[in-house]
Design a protein around this ligand. Structure first.
Ligand code: COA
Length: 339
């Protein structure tokens, strides 16, 4: 038995922020952002939208795509939680009318979709669930200092979701094998120092200590991360292709985490994959962490570029550090265009 992809959906908050919009308040330019990252615009939460509401919208669309009204479990991957406690997945399940099903969050930053797929597939493999709604949802711009030109242009908000069901390993849509990895020695390259148990939120303003405002926001060391992202995604992609016994030449689409267009292209070059087989949507969404890969797949499927029977390589890298890859043959599924 294995987990099979049977539905996909995505949602982007309506507020679009262009590079020119950012340049009005930041010491940056459309030209710098476009040439260094490939990003032209991103969406940002506003008007009461947050991780949970984005997840509900994407989840509803994925269930519609799968033609189901119920599932056995809901998993949400997010690194911009609705609240530190509790997890948002139970609330998402409830708001989707799914009753008292199993529901939990997992945190793995930009590799959250790959770790989450492996976890959701594990629920199915172990016989715990026959169907799983798995959502990557992020309102990460709320954790980025919008006055920091090094990080503000890079991230965007959104949610992408898939429905998985129990099936056979040789069916289209069957997931796996997986390759997952991490390197916690480099955790500080991308981190939000305060707000957790190490630098407690109770210190803020209560006179028990001082938490500098900067520590509430993302800190990123771009250059070493760039190198790690290319190396780790390449190694992971090669490892999973070997495990799946797929030659690189058989890959129709490389759906890599949209961290930076240059990173995605560099990985493709290392893999010797031509540009026509590299899926890209970072230009209009930026880096949406756990939502990145499903939003990309939804985009390509909705406009008919990703078609049933095509072989897809998924790979992601992010904070932790953490990374992961898997493969699947794209199934016959409906995908709605995203607003
Ligand atoms: N606008 C204009 N100039 C900027 C800028 C901005 N938004 N941000 C930085 N700069 C400047 C720097 O100050 C630096 O100036 P200097 O040369 O005078 O010191 C110059 O541009 C180059 O900065 P650098 O950080 O070396 O640029 P880069 O080519 O490495 O690109 C990133 C920066 C962040 C785009 C790139 O390193 C990257 O994508 N890293 C990976 C980040 C990532 O993927 N994070 C998420 C992990 S999933």
């Amino acid at each position: 038995m294995t987990a099979v992809l049977t539905g996909i959906g995505g949602f982007l908050p309506p507020k679009a922020v262009t590079n020119d919009d950012l340049s009005r308040t930041l010491d940056t330019s459309d030209e710098w952002i476009r040439t260094r990252t490939g990003i032209r615009a991103r969406r940002m939460v506003s008007d009461g939208l947050s991780t949970g509401s984005l997840a509900v919208e994407a989840g509803a669309r994925a269930m519609r795509s799968a033609g189901v009204t119920g599932v056995d479990a809901v998993v949400v991957a997010t690194t911009s939680p609705e609240r530190l406690c509790p997890a948002v997945a139970p609330e998402v399940a409830s708001r989707l009318g799914l009753g008292t099903v199993a529901a939990f969050d997992l945190t793995s930053a930009c590799s959250g979709f790959l770790y989450g797929l492996a976890t959701a597939a594990g629920l199915i493999d172990s016989g715990t669930a026959d169907t799983v709604l798995f959502i990557g949802s992020e309102a990460f711009t709320t954790l980025v200092n919008q006055e920091d030109r090094a990080t503000a242009p890079i991230f965007g908000d959104g949610a992408g979701a898939v429905v998985l069901r129990r099936g056979e390993p040789d069916e289209p849509g069957a997931l796996g094998p997986f390759d997952l990895g991490s390197d916690g020695a480099l955790a500080d390259l991308l981190a939000i120092p305060a707000g957790g148990s190490r630098q407690r939120s109770a210190d803020a303003g209560l006179g028990h200590g001082t938490v500098p405002t900067a520590d509430w926001y993302l800190r990123m060391e771009g250059r070493p991360l760039y190198t790690q992202a290319v190396e780790r995604m390449t190694q992971s992609a090669l490892a999973v292709l070997k495990r799946a016994d797929w030659p690189v030449a058989d890959v129709d689409w490389f759906a890599g985490h949209q961290a930076n267009l240059r990173i995605v292209r560099a990985v493709a070059e290392e893999l010797e994959l031509c540009e026509e087989r590299v899926a890209v949507n970072i230009d209009r969404v930026g880096n949406t962490l756990a939502a990145s890969v499903p939003l990309l797949l939804n985009d390509y499927a909705a406009r008919g570029a990703l078609r049933a029977g095509q072989r897809v390589l998924l790979s992601a890298f992010g904070a932790g550090l953490s990374w992961g890859s898997t493969v699947l043959v794209w199934p016959e599924i409906q995908a709605e265009p995203i607003n």
